[in-house]
Design a protein around this ligand. Structure first.
Ligand code: SF4
Length: 272
Protein backbone atom coordinates (compact mmCIF):
# COMPACT_ATOMS: atom_id res chain seq x y z
CA UNK A 1 0.00 0.00 0.00
CA UNK A 2 1.52 3.40 -0.92
CA UNK A 3 2.45 5.57 2.01
CA UNK A 4 0.15 8.47 2.72
CA UNK A 5 2.09 11.66 3.39
CA UNK A 6 -0.47 14.42 2.89
CA UNK A 7 -3.94 15.13 4.20
CA UNK A 8 -6.37 17.48 2.52
CA UNK A 9 -9.83 18.78 3.27
CA UNK A 10 -11.36 16.12 1.05
CA UNK A 11 -9.41 13.18 2.50
CA UNK A 12 -10.26 14.38 6.01
CA UNK A 13 -13.89 14.83 5.01
CA UNK A 14 -13.93 11.28 3.70
CA UNK A 15 -12.33 10.00 6.91
CA UNK A 16 -14.87 11.93 8.95
CA UNK A 17 -17.80 10.65 6.87
CA UNK A 18 -16.67 7.07 6.41
CA UNK A 19 -13.24 5.63 7.30
CA UNK A 20 -13.82 2.84 4.73
CA UNK A 21 -14.23 5.41 1.97
CA UNK A 22 -10.99 7.07 3.10
CA UNK A 23 -9.24 3.69 2.98
CA UNK A 24 -10.52 2.80 -0.49
CA UNK A 25 -9.76 6.17 -1.95
CA UNK A 26 -6.58 7.39 -0.29
CA UNK A 27 -4.84 4.25 0.95
CA UNK A 28 -5.83 1.68 -1.66
CA UNK A 29 -6.15 4.44 -4.26
CA UNK A 30 -8.95 2.65 -6.02
CA UNK A 31 -10.00 4.61 -9.04
CA UNK A 32 -12.83 6.86 -7.99
CA UNK A 33 -15.70 5.39 -9.97
CA UNK A 34 -18.02 7.74 -11.81
CA UNK A 35 -20.90 8.98 -9.72
CA UNK A 36 -23.61 6.47 -10.31
CA UNK A 37 -26.39 8.96 -10.16
CA UNK A 38 -28.15 9.73 -13.37
CA UNK A 39 -27.84 11.27 -15.81
CA UNK A 40 -24.13 10.45 -15.81
CA UNK A 41 -23.22 12.38 -18.95
CA UNK A 42 -24.93 15.51 -17.74
CA UNK A 43 -23.02 15.25 -14.44
CA UNK A 44 -19.73 14.82 -16.21
CA UNK A 45 -20.41 17.83 -18.39
CA UNK A 46 -21.32 19.92 -15.36
CA UNK A 47 -18.09 18.91 -13.67
CA UNK A 48 -16.04 19.87 -16.74
CA UNK A 49 -17.82 23.21 -16.95
CA UNK A 50 -16.98 23.77 -13.28
CA UNK A 51 -13.29 23.24 -14.05
CA UNK A 52 -13.51 25.66 -16.97
CA UNK A 53 -15.14 28.24 -14.79
CA UNK A 54 -12.31 27.99 -12.28
CA UNK A 55 -9.85 28.57 -15.10
CA UNK A 56 -11.77 31.61 -16.32
CA UNK A 57 -11.88 33.14 -12.84
CA UNK A 58 -8.18 32.52 -12.40
CA UNK A 59 -7.38 34.14 -15.75
CA UNK A 60 -9.44 37.15 -14.77
CA UNK A 61 -7.64 37.59 -11.46
CA UNK A 62 -4.18 37.25 -12.91
CA UNK A 63 -5.05 40.21 -15.13
CA UNK A 64 -6.10 38.70 -18.44
CA UNK A 65 -8.72 41.01 -20.05
CA UNK A 66 -12.28 39.93 -19.19
CA UNK A 67 -13.25 39.67 -22.89
CA UNK A 68 -10.43 37.24 -23.47
CA UNK A 69 -11.07 35.12 -20.36
CA UNK A 70 -14.79 35.13 -21.25
CA UNK A 71 -14.08 33.42 -24.57
CA UNK A 72 -13.90 30.11 -22.71
CA UNK A 73 -17.62 30.41 -21.97
CA UNK A 74 -18.78 27.99 -24.65
CA UNK A 75 -21.95 26.62 -23.07
CA UNK A 76 -25.15 28.02 -21.59
CA UNK A 77 -24.01 27.26 -18.05
CA UNK A 78 -20.63 28.88 -18.53
CA UNK A 79 -22.16 31.95 -20.16
CA UNK A 80 -24.60 32.37 -17.29
CA UNK A 81 -21.93 31.84 -14.62
CA UNK A 82 -19.54 34.24 -16.33
CA UNK A 83 -22.28 36.81 -16.63
CA UNK A 84 -23.08 36.42 -12.92
CA UNK A 85 -19.38 36.73 -12.12
CA UNK A 86 -18.82 39.84 -14.21
CA UNK A 87 -21.89 41.62 -12.85
CA UNK A 88 -20.82 41.09 -9.25
CA UNK A 89 -18.88 44.29 -8.71
CA UNK A 90 -17.72 43.29 -5.21
CA UNK A 91 -16.04 40.34 -6.84
CA UNK A 92 -14.60 41.91 -9.97
CA UNK A 93 -13.49 44.90 -7.88
CA UNK A 94 -11.09 42.60 -6.05
CA UNK A 95 -8.84 42.78 -9.08
CA UNK A 96 -7.79 46.27 -7.99
CA UNK A 97 -6.24 44.91 -4.80
CA UNK A 98 -2.49 44.51 -4.81
CA UNK A 99 -2.48 41.35 -2.68
CA UNK A 100 -4.14 38.70 -4.82
CA UNK A 101 -3.07 35.06 -4.99
CA UNK A 102 -4.89 32.63 -7.25
CA UNK A 103 -4.63 28.86 -7.17
CA UNK A 104 -2.16 29.09 -4.33
CA UNK A 105 -1.20 25.99 -2.33
CA UNK A 106 -0.41 26.15 1.38
CA UNK A 107 0.93 23.40 3.54
CA UNK A 108 1.93 22.87 7.16
CA UNK A 109 2.96 19.89 9.29
CA UNK A 110 0.09 18.07 10.96
CA UNK A 111 1.25 15.17 13.12
CA UNK A 112 2.90 12.61 10.86
CA UNK A 113 1.49 14.30 7.75
CA UNK A 114 1.46 17.55 5.87
CA UNK A 115 -1.85 19.30 5.68
CA UNK A 116 -2.25 20.69 2.16
CA UNK A 117 -4.86 22.95 0.59
CA UNK A 118 -5.18 24.66 -2.76
CA UNK A 119 -7.07 27.95 -2.64
CA UNK A 120 -8.99 29.42 -5.57
CA UNK A 121 -8.21 32.96 -4.45
CA UNK A 122 -6.74 34.66 -1.40
CA UNK A 123 -7.30 38.42 -1.46
CA UNK A 124 -5.57 40.75 0.96
CA UNK A 125 -7.27 44.07 1.67
CA UNK A 126 -5.21 46.00 4.22
CA UNK A 127 -4.92 43.68 7.20
CA UNK A 128 -7.91 41.54 6.17
CA UNK A 129 -7.57 38.27 4.28
CA UNK A 130 -10.45 36.87 2.23
CA UNK A 131 -10.43 33.27 1.07
CA UNK A 132 -12.64 32.83 -1.99
CA UNK A 133 -13.85 29.49 -3.22
CA UNK A 134 -15.89 29.18 -6.43
CA UNK A 135 -18.74 26.69 -6.33
CA UNK A 136 -20.73 25.70 -9.38
CA UNK A 137 -23.29 23.66 -7.42
CA UNK A 138 -26.77 23.32 -8.83
CA UNK A 139 -28.17 23.58 -5.33
CA UNK A 140 -27.11 26.20 -2.76
CA UNK A 141 -26.05 24.29 0.38
CA UNK A 142 -27.20 25.64 3.74
CA UNK A 143 -24.71 27.71 5.71
CA UNK A 144 -25.02 25.25 8.60
CA UNK A 145 -23.78 22.50 6.27
CA UNK A 146 -20.89 24.60 4.99
CA UNK A 147 -19.84 25.81 8.45
CA UNK A 148 -18.95 22.32 9.61
CA UNK A 149 -17.40 21.10 6.36
CA UNK A 150 -13.75 20.25 6.66
CA UNK A 151 -13.02 22.62 3.78
CA UNK A 152 -14.25 25.62 5.75
CA UNK A 153 -12.29 24.57 8.82
CA UNK A 154 -9.09 23.49 7.04
CA UNK A 155 -8.81 26.49 4.72
CA UNK A 156 -9.11 29.07 7.46
CA UNK A 157 -6.95 27.19 9.98
CA UNK A 158 -4.21 26.53 7.43
CA UNK A 159 -4.07 30.19 6.46
CA UNK A 160 -3.40 30.97 10.12
CA UNK A 161 -0.67 28.33 10.32
CA UNK A 162 1.00 28.79 6.95
CA UNK A 163 0.02 32.22 5.63
CA UNK A 164 2.75 34.37 7.19
CA UNK A 165 4.47 34.82 3.83
CA UNK A 166 1.33 36.67 2.68
CA UNK A 167 1.47 38.96 5.72
CA UNK A 168 4.98 40.38 5.61
CA UNK A 169 6.32 37.42 7.57
CA UNK A 170 3.88 37.76 10.48
CA UNK A 171 1.33 35.07 11.34
CA UNK A 172 -2.19 35.95 10.27
CA UNK A 173 -4.59 36.12 13.22
CA UNK A 174 -7.89 34.23 12.90
CA UNK A 175 -9.82 37.50 13.30
CA UNK A 176 -8.16 38.81 10.11
CA UNK A 177 -9.64 35.96 8.04
CA UNK A 178 -12.97 35.41 6.31
CA UNK A 179 -13.86 32.59 3.96
CA UNK A 180 -16.38 33.21 1.20
CA UNK A 181 -18.06 30.60 -0.95
CA UNK A 182 -19.26 32.26 -4.14
CA UNK A 183 -21.92 30.29 -5.97
CA UNK A 184 -21.97 30.79 -9.72
CA UNK A 185 -25.72 30.09 -9.88
CA UNK A 186 -26.56 32.02 -6.70
CA UNK A 187 -24.36 35.11 -7.00
CA UNK A 188 -26.43 37.19 -4.58
CA UNK A 189 -26.16 34.66 -1.80
CA UNK A 190 -22.50 33.96 -1.01
CA UNK A 191 -21.67 31.98 2.13
CA UNK A 192 -19.47 34.07 4.44
CA UNK A 193 -17.53 32.59 7.32
CA UNK A 194 -15.43 34.90 9.50
CA UNK A 195 -13.01 33.34 11.95
CA UNK A 196 -12.15 33.65 15.64
CA UNK A 197 -9.24 32.50 17.79
CA UNK A 198 -11.33 30.03 19.78
CA UNK A 199 -12.65 28.48 16.54
CA UNK A 200 -9.10 28.19 15.25
CA UNK A 201 -7.98 26.44 18.42
CA UNK A 202 -10.87 24.00 18.23
CA UNK A 203 -10.25 23.35 14.54
CA UNK A 204 -6.53 22.79 14.87
CA UNK A 205 -6.98 20.48 17.87
CA UNK A 206 -9.59 18.50 15.92
CA UNK A 207 -7.33 18.28 12.86
CA UNK A 208 -4.43 17.09 15.01
CA UNK A 209 -6.69 14.42 16.51
CA UNK A 210 -7.71 13.26 13.04
CA UNK A 211 -4.05 13.00 12.02
CA UNK A 212 -3.20 11.04 15.15
CA UNK A 213 -6.13 8.69 14.64
CA UNK A 214 -5.31 8.12 10.98
CA UNK A 215 -1.64 7.40 11.62
CA UNK A 216 -2.43 4.82 14.29
CA UNK A 217 -5.54 3.26 12.71
CA UNK A 218 -5.46 -0.44 12.04
CA UNK A 219 -9.01 -0.72 10.69
CA UNK A 220 -11.23 1.52 8.62
CA UNK A 221 -14.83 0.64 9.41
CA UNK A 222 -17.79 1.37 7.18
CA UNK A 223 -19.96 4.21 8.31
CA UNK A 224 -23.06 3.34 10.34
CA UNK A 225 -24.90 6.12 8.57
CA UNK A 226 -26.07 4.24 5.51
CA UNK A 227 -27.60 7.42 4.09
CA UNK A 228 -24.04 8.42 3.17
CA UNK A 229 -23.76 5.34 0.99
CA UNK A 230 -26.55 6.57 -1.27
CA UNK A 231 -24.19 9.08 -2.91
CA UNK A 232 -21.00 7.09 -2.55
CA UNK A 233 -19.34 5.84 -5.73
CA UNK A 234 -17.87 2.89 -3.80
CA UNK A 235 -21.23 1.35 -2.99
CA UNK A 236 -20.48 -1.67 -5.13
CA UNK A 237 -17.40 -2.43 -2.99
CA UNK A 238 -19.39 -2.38 0.20
CA UNK A 239 -22.68 -4.09 -0.60
CA UNK A 240 -24.45 -0.95 0.42
CA UNK A 241 -27.33 -1.05 -2.02
CA UNK A 242 -27.83 -0.26 -5.64
CA UNK A 243 -30.18 2.68 -5.48
CA UNK A 244 -28.45 5.83 -6.58
CA UNK A 245 -28.85 8.99 -4.57
CA UNK A 246 -29.90 12.34 -5.83
CA UNK A 247 -27.34 13.83 -8.22
CA UNK A 248 -27.46 17.25 -6.60
CA UNK A 249 -26.61 15.85 -3.19
CA UNK A 250 -23.96 13.63 -4.71
CA UNK A 251 -22.18 16.67 -6.06
CA UNK A 252 -21.66 17.94 -2.52
CA UNK A 253 -20.55 14.58 -1.19
CA UNK A 254 -18.13 13.55 -3.88
CA UNK A 255 -16.42 16.79 -4.80
CA UNK A 256 -12.70 16.40 -4.31
CA UNK A 257 -9.34 17.60 -5.34
CA UNK A 258 -6.61 15.17 -6.20
CA UNK A 259 -3.46 15.51 -4.18
CA UNK A 260 -1.79 12.27 -5.16
CA UNK A 261 0.30 13.95 -7.80
CA UNK A 262 1.12 17.04 -5.87
CA UNK A 263 4.80 17.79 -6.14
CA UNK A 264 5.89 19.19 -2.81
CA UNK A 265 8.91 20.85 -4.38
CA UNK A 266 6.49 23.10 -6.24
CA UNK A 267 4.88 24.46 -3.10
CA UNK A 268 6.93 27.58 -2.66
CA UNK A 269 4.88 29.06 0.12
CA UNK A 270 4.79 27.01 3.22
CA UNK A 271 6.18 26.33 6.61
CA UNK A 272 5.37 27.47 10.01
S1 SF4 B 1 -20.55 2.76 0.31
FE1 SF4 B 1 -20.91 3.48 2.39
S2 SF4 B 1 -19.62 2.19 3.67
FE2 SF4 B 1 -18.85 1.98 1.56
S3 SF4 B 1 -17.24 3.49 1.34
FE3 SF4 B 1 -19.13 4.44 0.65
S4 SF4 B 1 -19.95 5.52 2.44
FE4 SF4 B 1 -18.45 4.04 3.16
Amino acid sequence: MPELTALSQSSLQDYNDCPRRFELRYLQRLAYPAIETEPALENERHQREGEYFHRMAQQYFIGIPAEQAGKLANSDNLERWWDNFMTDKDLTGLRDLAGLRTEVTLSAPLGAFRLVAKYDLIARDGDRFFIYDWKTYRKRPKNEFLAVRLQTRVYRALLVRAGAFLNDGKSIAPEQIEMIYWFSDFPNDPGRFPYQSDQFKRDWDALARFAEEISSASAYPKTDDTARCLYCPYRSYCNRGVRAGDALDAELETEAEELFDLNFDQIGEIEF
